[in-house]
Design a protein around this ligand. Structure first.
Ligand code: ADP
Ligand code: ASP
Ligand code: MG
Length: 481
C-alpha cells in the first residue's frame, strides 16, 4: 500500500463538513434514524456531528431546577425520571441488547449525577446562571452519547467527544463567550485524531466549560453556534444546520403559512435576521463562519432532498426585503439626563448593563435622552435602580421589535413608506433605521407583533402559485438572487 493510500481523507486535506442537528431532529427514534441516513450520505466528505438535547429536554431541565430550588424536589425528580425513561426507550429501540446494556450503565451514572445536582439545589435554594449551566449541560451530554451509540450500531463509526473538554469560554454563565485560542487548539487536538482514523466525532452543542472546568452554556439555541465554532477551528468547508423547516424563510412559517424559503443569503443578512429574532439561527453563529469564510446551509432533516438556504459571503443580488422577523419580550429603557447625553453618561449606562450581563438590541440617542432596547430579564429592577443614581429612568415591557432585513433597504425610501402604509393604524412607537444598511425596525406592543409581521409579509411577499416541488412552500423562491 502506498503512503498516500495509508493516509486518511482528513490527512489528505479533504473536506470536513460540520452537521448540526437540532432538538426536533433528534426527538425520537425515526428522527435519529433520519440523522444517521443524512450523515451516511455525507461520507464522501468527513462529517463532524453536533447535536442538541432531545426536543423539550432543556426546558424540562430548567423546570426541574426551578422546582428543586423552590423546595419541590419530588416534582423535579419526577421530571428527570421522565427524561431518563425517554432516553432509555430510545436506546432500547435503536440498539442491540448488549449495546443497550452498556449505554444503560453509562446513562444511569449520568442521571444519578443529575439527581445529586437537583438535591444540591433543594438544599442551597440558589439557582443562579452558573447552577443553571451545570444542570442544562446534562441534556446535550445525554443526546450526544445516545446518538453516537446509535450511529455505531448502524455501522457508522462514531466517537463521542465531550464538548465541555474542548469548547472553553469565559465565566459569563448563561451566555458564555468562547476563548478562541484555547478552544481552537483543544478542538484541533481532540478532533484531528478521530478524523484521521476515519471516524465521525459526535459532540453535544450548546455546552462548554470555563478554563477551571465549570460547565457553561452558549445561550439558548446555542448548538448552531457550537457548530460554527467547531467548523472554524478545524477549517471545515461547510456547516450544515439541520432543523425542522425548509431553510431560512421570509418569515417564521409558524406565524405565516405563506412564508417561503430564501435560497441564498449573505452572512450579514443572516446575522441581522438572527439578531432580530429569527429563531432558526442562533445570533452568534454567523461570525465564526464569516471570519473563516465557511458557507452555512440551513436544511430540513425531514426533507433532506431540499435545497435549503445557502449563507455565504456573496452579497445577494436581490433588492428589497429578504425577510421579516420579530423579537418579542423586549423592554424599552428611557434614560433622561438634564445635563445632556455625553460620553460619561453613555459609559455609565453601558457599565451598568454589562455588570448585569444585559445585551443591548438597539439604541437611539437625542440631546438629553437615551433609548435602549434590551431583552426582558430578571435583573431589570436592579439595572433601573443603578441607572437612577445618574439619570431619570423609565421603562416599559411587553414590547416587540419588528424588523425587515434586506441588502440596502435603507437606501430604498419606498420600503419605509410601504411599511408605514401597511401598519398606519397601529401604534408604532419608534422607528429605528439600523446602523447597518440592511435593517429597518420598529417597536409595537407585543400583542400586535404577529399581526404586524403577517401584514408586512403579505405586502412585501404577495401570494405566489404553490410550487409543484414541495407542495405549498416554494423551494424555487429566490428572493436574494
Ligand atoms: P432547532 O431545534 O433545529 O435548532 P429551532 O426551533 O431553534 O430549531 O429553529 C427552527 C424554528 O425557527 C422553526 O421551526 C421556525 O418556527 C423558527 N423560525 C423563526 N423565524 C424563522 C425564519 N425566518 N425562517 C425559518 N424558521 C424560522
Ligand atoms: N438545547 C439547547 C436549547 O434548547 C440548545 C439548542 O437546542 O441549540 O436552547
Ligand atoms: Mg435552534
Amino acid at each position: 500500500m502506498s503512503g498516500l493510500q495509508r493516509q486518511s481523507r482528513f490527512e489528505r486535506g479533504e473536506d470536513v463538513v460540520v452537521m448540526k442537528f437540532g432538538g426536533t431532529s433528534v426527538e425520537d427514534a425515526p428522527a435519529i434514524q433520519r440523522l444517521i441516513g443524512i450523515v451516511k450520505s455525507r461520507l464522501g466528505v468527513q462529517p463532524v456531528v453536533v447535536v442538541s438535547a432531545l426536543a423539550k429536554v432543556t426546558d424540562q431541565l430548567l423546570e426541574a431546577g426551578n422546582a428543586a430550588s423552590k423546595g419541590n424536589l419530588g416534582a423535579a425528580l419526577a421530571t428527570v425520571r421522565n427524561i431518563y425513561v425517554r432516553h432509555e426507550e430510545l436506546a432500547d429501540s435503536l440498539l442491540s441488547a448488549s449495546a443497550y446494556g452498556s449505554l444503560d450503565r453509562e446513562l444511569r451514572g449520568e442521571f444519578q449525577a443529575l439527581e445529586s445536582v437537583l438535591q444540591g439545589l433543594e438544599i442551597s435554594r440558589h439557582f443562579d446562571r452558573k447552577a443553571q449551566d451545570r444542570l442544562l449541560s446534562f441534556g446535550e451530554c445525554f443526546s450526544s452519547t445516545l446518538v453516537s451509540w446509535a450511529m455505531n450500531e448502524a455501522e457508522l463509526p462514531a466517537a463521542h467527544v465531550d464538548a465541555r473538554t474542548c469548547i472553553i469560554t469565559d465565566a459569563r454563565h448563561g451566555q458564555a463567550n468562547p476563548l478562541w485560542d484555547v478552544t481552537n487548539q483543544r478542538l484541533r487536538d481532540r478532533l484531528s485524531p478521530i478524523l484521521q482514523s476515519g471516524n465521525v466525532p459526535v459532540l453535544g452543542g450548546f455546552i462548554a466549560s470555563t478554563l477551571d472546568g465549570v460547565p457553561s452554556t452558549l445561550g439558548r439555541g446555542g448548538s448552531d453556534f457550537s457548530a460554527a465554532i467547531v467548523a472554524a477551528a478545524i477549517g471545515a468547508s461547510r456547516v450544515e444546520i439541520w432543523t425542522d423547516v425548509d431553510g431560512v424563510m421570509t418569515t417564521d412559517p409558524k406565524l405565516c403559512s405563506e412564508a417561503r424559503v430564501i435560497r441564498k443569503l449573505s452572512f450579514e443578512e443572516a446575522a441581522d435576521l438572527a439578531h432580530f429574532g429569527a429563531k432558526v439561527l442562533h445570533p452568534a453563529t454567523v461570525a465564526p463562519a464569516m471570519r473563516e469564510n465557511i458557507p452555512v446551509h440551513v436544511l430540513n432533516s425531514r426533507r433532506p432532498e431540499g435545497h435549503g438556504t445557502e449563507i455565504t459571503a456573496r452579497a445577494s443580488m436581490g433588492i428589497g426585503v429578504s425577510a421579516i422577523t420579530a423579537k418579542r419580550d423586549v423592554v424599552v429603557l428611557e434614560i433622561q439626563s438634564q445635563r445632556g447625553v455625553d460620553a460619561a453618561l453613555l459609559n455609565t449606562v453601558f457599565g451598568v448593563l454589562e455588570q448585569h450581563t444585559c445585551t443591548v438590541d438597539v439604541m437611539g440617542t437625542s440631546v438629553d435622552r437615551i433609548s435602549v432596547l434590551v431583552a426582558s430579564n430578571l435583573a431589570l429592577p436592579k439595572i433601573v435602580d443603578d441607572l437612577r443614581r445618574v439619570a431619570d429612568v423609565s421603562w416599559e415591557n411587553h414590547k416587540a421589535l419588528v424588523c425587515l432585513v434586506g441588502e440596502n433597504i435603507r437606501r430604498q425610501p419606498e420600503v419605509a413608506s410601504r411599511v408605514f402604509a401597511t401598519i398606519s393604524d397601529m401604534d408604532v412607537r419608534v422607528l429605528c433605521q439600523g446602523a447597518s444598511e440592511r435593517t429597518l425596525s420598529f417597536l409595537v406592543d407585543e400583542s400586535k407583533a404577529d399581526e404586524s409581521v403577517r401584514r408586512l409579509h403579505s405586502a412585501f411577499f404577495p401570494r405566489m402559485e404553490p410550487s409543484r416541488d414541495w407542495g405549498g412552500i416554494s423551494s424555487a423562491f429566490c428572493q436574494a438572487g
